[in-house]
Design a protein around this ligand. Structure first.
Ligand code: FES
Length: 56
């Protein structure tokens, strides 16, 4: 599912970034560019990062 429409980023990509070592929305933002335009995806992206960290 697309989380960030501006950058075309899916929840799968966010989860993969966490698997590869990202430990915060800030780090996922740095690697994927999520929430770098309108910012509307920020809350959902942060929730997915938290969920993924809990699953590690
Ligand atoms: Fe992610 Fe706009 S939807 S920055």
């Amino acid at each position: 599912m697309y989380v960030c429409l501006c950058k075309g980023i899916t929840d799968t990509q966010i989860r993969a970034a966490v698997q590869e070592g990202a430990s915060s929305l800030r780090e996922v933002h740095a690697s994927l560019g999520v929430a770098s335009q309108c910012g509307k995806c920020g809350i959902m992206a942060r929730d997915i990062v938290r969920e993924s960290l809990n699953d590690l």
